[in-house]
Design a binder for this molecule. Sequence first.
Ligand code: ADP
Length: 159
Amino acid sequence: MRIAVCPGSFDPVTYGHLDIVRRGANIFDKVIVAVLTNSKKQPLFTVEERLALLKEVTAELDNVEVDAFAGLLVDYMRQKQAKVLIKGLRAVSDFEYEMQMAAVNQKLDPEVETFFMMTNPRYSYLSSSIVKEIARYAAPVSDLVPPPVEQALKAKFAR
Ligand code: ADP
């Protein structure tokens, strides 16, 4: 069975992420969406909130699982018997960082293959940070995130 891991902060999950997860799920037998819990970034949503939203919006994808991990990604992948790392590329600005990460992971575990997918052009500008910035000022985000995420953002910023 070919198991792929799609790691990220997902703070919160956007249509850009979902597009990559869906496409990955069409190619691999199983995709594990893995929420990084030891990020340096100060998140808006707790890990539990991010997991709950991811579970809700991927519920109809039968071969997609949602999980959280801490520590080294290659260690987590070994534990899950996953050999493929799925990443989305939006712009040239993603490229340098992703190339570095792919090289590091390859060095840490030569069996891990990083699999890049070009963003859907509809979402090439889309990031969780942009979504948070827009929602903070109560502007509509319905084209950028699924309805449960839109609701969760409203609730966060209503306080
Ligand atoms: P962000 O950069 O939005 O905070 P994450 O750290 O959660 O996102 O990203 C997880 C993965 O999802 C990364 O591989 C990133 O390149 C990919 N990704 C995020 N947004 C998009 C998008 N709009 N199109 C394609 N891939 C994306």
